[in-house]
Ligand binder design. Sequence first.
Ligand SMILES: Nc1ncnc2c1ncn2[C@@H]1O[C@H](COP(=O)(O)OP(=O)(O)O)[C@@H](O)[C@H]1O
Ligand SMILES: [Mg+2]
Length: 361
Amino acid sequence: MKLKVGVIFGGKSSEHEVSLMSATSILKVMDKNKYEVIPIGITREGEWYIYKGDFEKILKDEWLPEAKKAYMPSDNGYKGIFTIENGKVEKHELDVVFPVLHGPNGEDGTIQGLFELAGIPYVSCNVLSSSVAMDKVFTKRLLEQAGLPQAHYKVYMKNDITKSLEQTIKDIEQNFEYPCFIKPANLGSSVGITKAHNEKELAEGLKLASKYDRKILVEEFIEGREIECSVLGNDNPKASLPGEIIPCNEFYDYQAKYFDEGKSRLLIPAPLSEEKTEEIKQLAVKAYKALDCQIMARVDVFLQKDTQKVYINELNTIPGFTKISMYPKLWEASGLSYSKLIDELIRLSIERFEENRSQSI
Ligand SMILES: Nc1ncnc2c1ncn2[C@@H]1O[C@H](COP(=O)(O)OP(=O)(O)O)[C@@H](O)[C@H]1O
Ligand SMILES: [Mg+2]
């Protein structure tokens, strides 16, 4: 019996395109002798479809004309998704779902809540840890509470920024030096992020971030190297070898991440001493545990140039998943191939599901 796996791609967030790239890689590599794959597409408007055509059309974003409108009931016990054609309902059973969705509505606990209600195991952190990791402010607070090192920060509300931009700028200038980073609390892929070198850029950055969120994070600039670590597991998570990103732009912005392919460089593994490697791996696991993550997350850190101190930047619970993405690449370098990694992710999701089921609520 093959395991029926729903691979979900697209989604409403601004990282829709990134999801198409990640999901296409996963769909291509999944062992079709082991898995019956059910590709499920979510449009930018949030409509669900089942798509059984050529995977390349997902990558090119040309999948919709061949897709069938689908509905996933929240009923615990239905365990599937259905399509309706000419008044006839067709059920597609699901043993597990893999939401390959980045950003809000996919990585933030919302869709995870639907899978919880529907009683379907899913490949991602649970509702709480997904939401917390998506919110840079809550992440900071939990890391702080766990005593983990991170850049100095302060939170500003859009409401206050709109009421008095001048006052906000004054407060930021009292608390931070230039350059500083301005980020909306709830996005990913560097969308809405500014590195401000002066008052003018700060004002523009605050306005930009306010377009995306009501909570804005201002952070001290950590000059140094960008290191990432892949973490995998439920109760006993393991960290991969760390990797390094050398961005082609001044910082690792949206353009650098996805479109200037080949210009930013990934060093896998990162050239680090054995001690630093170990320190970063341990901190990554601590951060993972502090946010109560399960299944997987990529933990991103900065290694400060002058002090060699490690600062945790953020956790991505559904990291980029193309064949050349850091998360799978780091596991490959640590001895776990891309297809074995997918097997392991699915196994961990079912393991967690069984464990939760054995607990009474
Ligand atoms: N405090 C900081 N110091 C130095 N660079 C930073 C800092 N915060 C963010 N950056 C740069 O901006 C990029 C995006 O910021 P990040 O917080 O990782 O947001 P996202 O969730 O969009 O990836 C980072 O990869 C890094 O290049
Ligand atoms: Mg990042």
